[in-house]
Design a binder for this molecule. Sequence first.
Ligand code: SF4
Ligand code: SF4
Length: 345
Amino acid sequence: MLDTKPLLIDTDFPEIRRETTHTLQVNLGYLCNLSCTHCHVNAGPTRTELMSKETIDEVLAYIDLHSIRTLDLTGGAPEMNPHFTYVVSEARKRGLNVIDRCNLTILQEPGYESMAEFLAEHQVSIVASLPCYAEQNVNEQRGKGVYQESIDALKKLNKLGYGKSDSLLLDLVYNPNGAFLPPNQQQLEQDYKTRLFDEHTIEFNQLLTITNMPISRFGGMLLAKGKYDDYMQLLKDNFSDSNLSSLMCKSLISIDWQGYVYDCDFNQMLEMPLLQATKPLAEKLEPSAQKTEPSAKIATIASDKTRTHLRELLNADIQGQSIVIGEHCYGCTAGQGSSCGGALA
Ligand code: SF4
Ligand code: SF4
């Protein structure tokens, strides 16, 4: 697969800094029952990387020492990690909001038949990919038969009470099936709600639109088809600086399956690690007194020496640190903006 990383490192994206971290986004591994064309982690059924129980315990130790409100579980299919129910139960005991980024079809797979009930019982919010309400588009992007399996899983979740009130949240994710920006999130949400209810009596809470990032499998496809420059130009032409204040990397740490930390999931896939922490936890400075650090405009290339492990952050305060940026960051600021929580605007 062609790699866009060498093209992304030198950038004119504006400098951005970390604020208070309230979300841990934890990648439980790259094992997945699907292999979608847009997948930015190149997940699939043959991947063997899975977070160990020891690393999960380090995540819980970090939660115990810091003011974390949300645990956002990603993969692969996070449910395929053998310690999935353990981490969910422990996080809920600690009062965290837990998000499961679910591909829906896993809820229909043999061995996972009781997973939907487990999620409902623990009041886990579900963020589920459904890249379109039309069957053909979903099957093109995610594989044959995926649309029908997703519809069946959504019906199962609705039966359990998901998507009908604020107590069991069911959000759907749309991402474009090609090299274009997502349409207006609110308008598309209305279309999804109408179509899914009229055709399948399916209900859900919110639609989140997410811009395709020019990295990993999608980036490789852009290069292979000679569309990379045009797509980057599209992202830059639609740059909106009003999105800078709500970028997800300001309040989130992304943790890979081995426990190494990044400013976001995209940087994780590009192996661009979070800068080394410089302040101990106790030394909380007023924002105005924060030390100015050199800009991270030229992204760091990861090696074991430069990567930071979560356990090194247990007693560190990273508020105010520079965020490692690259050309791909324009994917988060284009148009309505984009994050794991959908549009920013
Ligand atoms: S379901 Fe999600 S993690 Fe799995 S291959 Fe598709 S995009 Fe990747
Ligand atoms: S890709 Fe987006 S979320 Fe990640 S560092 Fe850049 S702006 Fe932040």
